[in-house]
Design a protein around this ligand. Sequence first.
Ligand code: CO
Length: 286
Amino acid sequence: MTKQIRQLTAVVTGQATSDGAGVKLKRIIHQQHQKAFDPFLLLDEFSSDNADDYIGGFPSHPHRGFETVTYMLEGAMLHRDHLGNEGHLRAGDVQWMTAAHGIIHSEMPEQENGLLRGFQLWINLPAAEKMKPPHYQDIAAADIPRLSLANGGTIKVIAGDYVSDTETITGAVHGVTTQPLYLDVSLSPQQQLNIPIATQQTVLVYVYEGVLAVGESADILTAGQLGQLQNGDTLQLATQQQAARFLVLAALPLNEPVVQSGPFVMNSDEEVEQAFRDYRNGVLTL
Ligand code: CO
């Protein structure tokens, strides 16, 4: 069967903003993209070596109805939740938090100087799973499968399966209904990478360093740009004169109504109002 190469259909440029207690970040996916990028709800990149930009962190706040995935490139964060769970996220670590019915947590930098760099991705949950008990998967950097490519470059398989011509590499996170694929890829100059991806999946590529050419027509994405690639079973990615580092995000769309207000993502206004009431009444996390 001939491969059909996915083509670039949309480009989004990250916008500077701040969240939590004044943490400066770049917001790439936000509410206006939720229909087109279903089931992805939000993507933030934080990167600063100025403590004033991050030291306030994200004090105690709730979530309901989706999953948050924190991936640290540099630095250290302390995660605490209402159950007393504590997790130390360091460079290369991933926390996959399925907030579902409700989590109240804080995410605070564990450093007063130096570079803090990473990503937070929000992935929606299907209606049937939004009110299930929450859970975590804390994945240490060393436990994330890593593939070295023949002529330089690496692929870290955070979630899902990476399938090459010769092997399948099973990622650290599995069993999620939307079947997410989350890869962190580094390519040297003049490299090409083809990744098979099921035709039904929503596919996004976010370049965070360098320059990447995507699709048969080699459309260019530069650092800070996210591209959506559609119509096909193969993702074709290549570097030219410059190296590139980028995230590949893919998942099955839910095709359900999405209603977000702040930290709650449900299917209707009533369910979001209920989440605010439950939070006020101290029963969000029951
Ligand atoms: Co949070």
